[in-house]
Design a protein around this ligand. Sequence first.
Ligand SMILES: Nc1ncnc2c1ncn2[C@@H]1O[C@H](COP(=O)(O)OP(=O)(O)OP(=O)(O)O)[C@@H](O)[C@H]1O
Length: 743
Amino acid sequence: MPMIRAPAKKQTTTLTVAVKCRPLSQRACGRDIVRVKSNKEVVVLDPDLSKDYLDRIQNRTKEKKYCFDHAFGPQSTNLDTYQKCISTIISGVVQGLNATVFAYGSTGSGKTYTMVGTQHDPGLMVLSLHTIFDLIRRDKSSDEFEVTCSYLEVYNEVIYDLLEKSSGSLELREDPEHGIVVAGLRCIKVHSADKILELLNLGNSRRKTESTEANATSSRSHAVLEITVRRKQRNKYKNQVMRGKLALVDLAGSERASETNSTGQKLRDGANINRSLLALANCINALGKQQKRGLVYVPYRNSKLTRILKDGLSGNSQTVMVATISPADSQYHHTVNTLKYADRAKEIKTHIQKNIGTIDTHVSDYQRMIDSLQIEVCRLKKELADKESQLSVKPTETTADDELSWLNVLSQEISENVQERINLQKALFELEETNLRNRTELKHLDDAIAKQPVSEKDGTVSEALRVRRQDILDNILDNDEAGINYRKEIEENEKHRCQLQGMIEEAISNNGNKTYLRILSQYRLLGMANTELQFEMAMREQIIHNQREAQRNLWNLIMGLGLDEKQIFDLAAKQGITIEDWTVTRYPGLSNRGKSPNLASGGYAPFSYGLSINQWRRSSCIYQNHQRVASKSFSQDRWDLSPTFCREKHHSFYYLLAHDNSPPCVRFRRSSDNWVSGGHPISWFGTPDKLPRDLRKSYPEITPVSSCNEIYLPTPALGADFGRAKGHYEAKFIQQGSSWFNQ
Ligand SMILES: Nc1ncnc2c1ncn2[C@@H]1O[C@H](COP(=O)(O)OP(=O)(O)OP(=O)(O)O)[C@@H](O)[C@H]1O
């Protein structure tokens, strides 16, 4: 029977925006122009003292006034900020909610001071960590907790692991369940706040800082400390796992080259810092606009920083932005700029929901492909290094060095070119999605306006509809224009790529050291294939995400009809659909009756996880034509995550694949279109080449393939037990109509 699961409840919340004004520094030695009033209001006075009363009343002064959720003056401590705006969201993290805290402000305004702090005035990172462990210690339930921590920095648009001594650059991946993840980032299990603080200090010592004109220890990179609290429940929701995540972000300072007297590398750092901060500012702008006007494209893709902060800005996260400002008159423009963005950020809404453990087969499937490509890249890297060392002992061949380094530069350019194209395509994809939604809404609005009775044509409802229509239309036009520009950039990028590829090929054909060059180019190409695969994966994730969204909307629609629980159940039963429990979100993949993995919401079949044998044997699910499935292996007395996969090869076959050494044992039995439970198989065999003769005769489509661990299952009227009773895999598939049941 098909099955759907009620969506987890989402709660909409607005970004909390706090402003923190640092004391006047001796360096700045200017006039104090910031006034904090009633813990919410910030007034920035005109730095020009010559303005008089008349200027003020005629609005010719540059004095600005803003109001925020919280405002802290120069006398306040980090603890004050923590207690007023952070402490409440930290308790949510222990309950499976996500939270993001980031400090935003110009260079030297006190971001690092606020996030990290000093021994006498510990910062938000330190205070949050102590609270997390205090909450865990004081927890009265018998739940099991596991805390892990990672620390990364984004420097010059490259991500580095601050917990690794000499970290290479890391890539971002998009996961529909966990949002943006950094592939290969070290996650360390920790048992106390002190341990994390030790790691934090270690990471901070590795962070790129410089002395600039504006700040003696200016952070050149954006740092993200992420704490994950995994809570395994032991009560009635046994085996449910909640996963709360806290991201604490210390941004690099924005600055103007003219103010910092930067040159060379410092200037380049500054440009990259400003690029990401500009991207962040653009996202804040678009998100602020989105809340007011409708669906505007949000350019997260424009920098690594905004991609990392995506969840914190619009996704599943309770978010606090601490805008740090300096009271010095010399900083007037920076202060007003920061406050302008902070003001915009007040409009941003996020949607929080508890993260209840899920395991995604399709993601792990892709991950496996990426991993194997990475292994291949490592192998080629090694070959390359060997070849390089051979070359270095042959002085006669040094003439090739120049060409080789030239080739290296070229291949590096190719990788950057690929990365750029991927970013552009993703941006275009998102943009088109946004506009598709806009156009649908426009059509609905046009219909609604047309249906308005003549008597109401000038009423307030009509007016509201027309305003909304105009907003949507504006957004469509904005987005269309942005789309044209993206397309042009993609074309340019393609041209550049062809040129680069041509140059590399020419170098290979002209150079004597062909093997080395071939390996080099193969290595680069594999690297690119890897990146492209990640792109494809992100696209698919996006589609899955959209499908989920559509399903959620459908669900909301059903709920909006005003039907009660029983009516909905009856309706679903008439359509042959089973609804999973909607009050309890259990292990994804199993209903509360321990019966059925939910497929409708994810579009893919999950692993069963942490079940006893009996529970597993009772579980069942339906596999649509295009789904991959994973089952579990049974070894000795316990169930392990199985490396066994079943996936569709094309429309009439299922493709079963076992990844370890022991071949899967497949048992087939005939069945009608009806559900068949239990019973004895008519035949069974170990590997495809050892098919019993009668079965091979009846099903000539069963194809033995090179690896003895693979087999094709023909779909017509065939049920299959895919398993081994003792130490064998176990997953039973029975066809019904166009679906496959696993019982
Ligand atoms: N509230 C405060 N009380 C006392 N000193 C402060 C405060 N805020 C900042 N400072 C001091 O000002 C200097 C600059 O602060 P900090 O490094 O935190 O700025 P930042 O915004 O992180 O700068 P950048 O963006 O350049 O990294 C430091 O010496 C810091 O100790």
